[in-house]
Design a protein around this ligand. Structure first.
Ligand code: HEC
Ligand code: HEC
Length: 397
């Protein structure tokens, strides 16, 4: 990457799209297919990717520690569209109770995440699916997001997100995002949260442990305590995996993290005059304020992640989306704050937004509210040609 871009991004500037297009060749070269590893891995790194892929695809059984309540049996069961590691139209459910603006995740009833399966009868205990308790008045679905290219995001230094947020305050205060500061369970440190719809996790390592526990009921040294089924901790006395303090050890977490770290970004679709014109519209009407075209990684021992530019079309910050927010207070995010959804690989999606409420890109844009309201209005008043160009651009990312 040329020094000029490095300076631009260090300063937190919104990189002009022309520049972004020009430095695709100098930055990260995307792999040919969805699900491929980052190009240019060493043989040893390739082997780590493959071992991690196996772990990611492995269907766990009750003997392995699955459950007692869980959502699915493997990571790949949900993360599959386009290639292993993709997203899908599989949703999880969060719930809680909001009274006078205060949110209660209802942990005593198994909140805020539903585990929609139970392992069934074991001795005197019958482990059944959790349900939304009647006391809940806030319920939100969350779509499975793709994991392509997230190793690049993980390799961005925290200070860049602070610089971007500060620059947004100066240049576009109405749409400026907030850095999510969270406690990273893996390191115990305060870090920038950038993963999940609410920026709830700071690192892929922590997300691996979190997803093992909360999606599959697999405990690890990082997350050693099982979820109490529907909040009833007495049920855990009958958990068949009780003999082992942890269902799997740290090597399984390392393998999952390796797979996600080395998973390549989505390959962009072809560009043509219409998509390029659409890129200008994207900038002009303010989409790029939040859907930041480019980021740069810091130093990494992995060459394919070391000081490379990449194009996620997200700032990974929290924005107040008004009525589009999901109402769930989680980590550093309020009910109405959501992470800017990365737009790379958008053409693989069939439903849009956190709860899949939109079945087209146009519907997704029209549902923007709060800090996204002005850009939505500008989109609405575009003439048909420019609208078509913008959609062609979004479909090429
Ligand atoms: C039941 C389906 C399901 C299973 C199983 C599942 N996930 Fe996910 N995954 C999701 C959903 C839904 C989200 C979005 C969650 C949110 O932000 O609330 C997600 C988000 C993620 C993210 C954040 C991605 C981003 O863009 O920030 C990572 C990382 C991840 N999952 C890894 C894993 C790993 C590793 C496993 C296996 C241990 C796993 N997931 C198992 C459904 C699933
Ligand atoms: C204020 C910041 C902001 C602005 C400005 C903005 N967006 Fe978004 N965008 C978001 C957030 C946050 C989400 C995720 C919202 C959700 O699902 O709850 C999102 C989601 C999307 C999605 C759906 C992605 C998915 O994974 O389903 C598309 C498409 C999109 N934006 C396109 C645009 C376009 C085009 C513009 C310009 C007209 C725009 N956005 C302007 C913040 C913004």
């Amino acid at each position: 990457m040329s020094g000029r871009f490095r300076i631009l991004i260090r300063a937190g500037a919104v990189v002009p799209l022309v520049a972004v297009v020009a430095f695709v060749a100098m930055g990260q070269v995307p792999p040919p297919n969805f699900g491929d590893p980052l190009p240019g891995l060493t043989t040893a790194q390739q082997a780590r990717f493959n071992a991690g892929l196996d772990q990611f695809e492995e269907a766990e059984s009750v003997e392995d520690g699955l459950g007692p309540v869980f959502n699915d049996v493997s990571c790949a069961a949900c993360h599959s569209v386009g290639g292993v590691g993709g997203g899908s139209d599989i949703f999880v459910t969060r719930f809680g109770r909001t009274d006078h603006g205060r949110f209660d995740p209802l942990a005593q009833f198994g909140g805020s995440l539903i585990q929609k399966n139970g392992i069934g009868q074991f001795g005197a205990f019958n482990f059944v699916a959790e349900v939304v308790p009647p006391i809940a008045n806030t319920v939100a679905k969350r779509r499975t997001v793709p994991l392509f290219g997230l190793g690049l995001v993980d390799a961005v230094p925290d200070r860049l997100f602070f610089a971007i947020a500060q620059r947004q305050q100066e240049q576009s205060p109405d749409t400026a995002g907030r850095v999510a500061i969270v406690t990273d369970v893996a390191s115990g440190q305060q870090r920038v949260g950038k993963f999940g719809w609410k920026c709830q996790n700071a690192t892929l390592l922590t997300f691996s442990g979190d997803a093992y526990l909360n999606e599959m009921g697999i405990t690890t040294p990082m997350f050693p305590n099982e979820n109490c089924p529907q909040g009833n901790c007495a049920m855990l006395a009958g958990n068949p995996a009780l003999r082992n303090p942890n269902d799997v050890d740290n090597s399984a977490l390392t393998a999952l993290t390796d797979f996600m770290t080395l998973l390549g970004p989505p390959p962009p679709g072809p560009s043509n005059p219409s998509t390029r014109a659409g890129g200008q519209v994207f900038q002009a009407i303010g989409c790029a304020n939040c859907h930041l075209p480019a980021l740069v990684t810091g130093q990494s021992p992995i060459r394919a992640l070391n000081n490379v530019a990449f194009q996620p079309f997200s700032d990974f910050l929290l924005h107040d989306m008004g009525n589009l927010g999901d109402g769930i207070v989680q980590s550093a995010a309020s009910g109405s704050q959501m992470r800017t959804a990365p737009l790379w690989g958008l053409r693989e999606f069939t439903t849009f937004l956190h709860d899949g409420r939109a079945n087209s890109v146009t519907a997704a844009i029209l549902a923007h509210d709060g800090q996204g309201g002005s850009a939505r209005n500008r989109f609405r008043s575009l003439d048909p040609t420019r609208k078509a160009q913008l959609l062609a651009f979004l479909n090429s990312l």
